[in-house]
Design a protein around this ligand. Structure first.
Ligand code: SF4
Length: 430
């Protein structure tokens, strides 16, 4: 491969530039003391699990960033790409102090720990500007610390959008029958409990009791929690316990380092996945960086659910999945030339490229077959639609895949290439 790239100096220079950007990013994090797993250490195990899950009929969405089996909340299906879905919080106050909480990354965190958000105005504005409100979530902090406001929130949301799916995120604090009945009356459709394994078995038992209580109401009862490396066996037992209680599904989150509290992660032996992102970008989601081993645990739990025939749904929601909505919203706003780009199911705009001496033969091939292309860099780079990728590869050239996002700048939309990778299977004559 090195020899082939040496013969294509422009391709080599571009690949080096992307490598340098990633190295700089990782070095800056390492300089803060954050440690990374060995590069690509997760790939073989994850690929095997994904392969087995595909064979077993699991559902892959958003370019594989979401993997699920059985019941999938419509709120999860709407999470990427549905402009009618929004999650609000009344305040960020919480009675827990999870070392992995990313709320301190939210804008105005301190202020919203002591003062409520203007949620009525925010909700009204959303309903006014959104053509069809489909899903409204209430998260926190812990929303049940202000249960009257939480009920008022659902009442208002239901009045504004009577058909919208309303859901609540809670650790269960203080939940009781009166609250559930009042919330259902106000249109609540789903409760998602977080189970705090790190708080010990007594805490888990309390949450299971809260879940049993919620199951008595006309609600979808879900659990949403990160899969922390090292907890796989306890998580399997938890899935069985939830299944016994008739829980509709569990949303397994990729466990993340929220860019704070690294010593807490370090003393538990955690490392950041390397590389942390398939496509490096300044994502807006506050979750942070994925912890190595969490993805494998999530996928292993999906496999466990299938093997055991659990009735409840299991959904792995990766950090990539959280980031995909941002990418899709950006890319949907501007339609790029469909003869050159395709909007991939991973939400990025994809194009294919060849460089240097490969430009002429691929251009001839495209001209002969009626394919479009764009010549750049004084003739040293040719961009074309990925549908021609295998035809180009047949010519023995080095085809590279390009991942892009369209950013809105002051002077108009700008296509920003984020990643370039020589396509596997390119038949290079070296
Ligand atoms: S329960 Fe949730 S909001 Fe509260 S500290 Fe833990 S992660 Fe943060």
């Amino acid at each position: 491969m090195d020899e082939a790239i040496a013969k294509r100096p422009t391709l080599g220079a571009w690949l080096s530039e992307y490598d340098a950007i990633e190295r700089e990013y990782l070095d800056a994090l390492a300089a803060c003391g954050i440690s990374f797993a060995e590069r690509d250490a997760h790939v073989a195990a994850v690929d095997k699990l994904r392969h087995r899950l595909r064979e077993a009929g699991a559902r892959f969405l958003n370019g594989g960033a979401s993997v699920s089996t059985g019941f999938l909340s419509s709120a999860c299906a709407a999470c990427v790409g549905d402009c009618g879905s929004r999650t609000f919080f009344i305040s960020l106050r919480c009675n827990h102090d999870c070392y992995f909480c990313f709320n301190p990354n939210q804008a105005d965190f301190e202020e919203f720990c002591v003062r409520d958000t203007p949620w009525r105005d925010d909700l009204d504005a959303f309903a006014r500007t959104c053509s069809q409100v489909t899903h409204v979530g209430l998260t926190g902090g812990e929303p049940l610390l202000c249960r009257d406001e939480a009920l008022a929130f659902f009442e208002r949301a239901h009045a504004l959008a009577p058909d919208a799916h309303l859901r609540l995120y809670t650790s269960g604090t203080g939940i009781d029958e009166a609250f559930c009945a009042a919330a259902v009356e106000r249109g609540l459709s789903e409760i998602r409990f977080s189970v705090k394994l790190e708080d010990g078995e007594a805490s888990v038992a309390r949450t299971l009791a809260d879940i049993e209580l919620a199951r008595r109401f006309d609600l979808d009862v879900m659990v949403e929690m990160p899969a922390v490396p090292g907890t796989l066996e306890r998580m399997k037992r938890l899935l069985a316990e939830l299944n016994e209680r008739g829980v509709h599904g569990i949303n397994l989150l990729e466990f993340c380092f929220p860019m704070r509290n690294w010593p807490e992660f370090e003393r538990r032996g955690f490392q950041v996945k390397n590389p942390p992102f398939e496509v490096l970008y300044n994502y807006g989601y506050a979750g942070g960086l994925p912890i190595a081993g969490s993805e494998e645990a999530c996928l292993a739990l999906l496999e466990f659910a299938l093997d055991e025939g659990l009735e409840m749904g299991v959904h792995y929601c990766s950090l990539e999945n959280k980031n995909r909505d941002q990418v899709l919203q950006l890319n949907r706003a501007v339609a790029l030339d469909p003869l050159l780009y395709e909007l991939g199911d991973d939400c990025f705009y994809h194009a294919s490229k060849v460089f240097d001496g490969d430009v002429a033969p691929v251009r001839r091939m495209l001209d002969g077959r009626g394919g479009s292309c764009l010549v750049e860099e004084d003739g040293r780079c040719l961009t074309f639609h990925p549908r021609w990728e295998s035809d180009a590869a047949e010519l023995g050239v080095a085809v590279a895949r390009s991942w892009n996002v369209v950013e809105e700048h002051d002077d108009g939309p700008v296509v920003r290439e984020l990643k370039l990778q020589v396509v596997d299977g390119t038949r290079l004559p070296w």
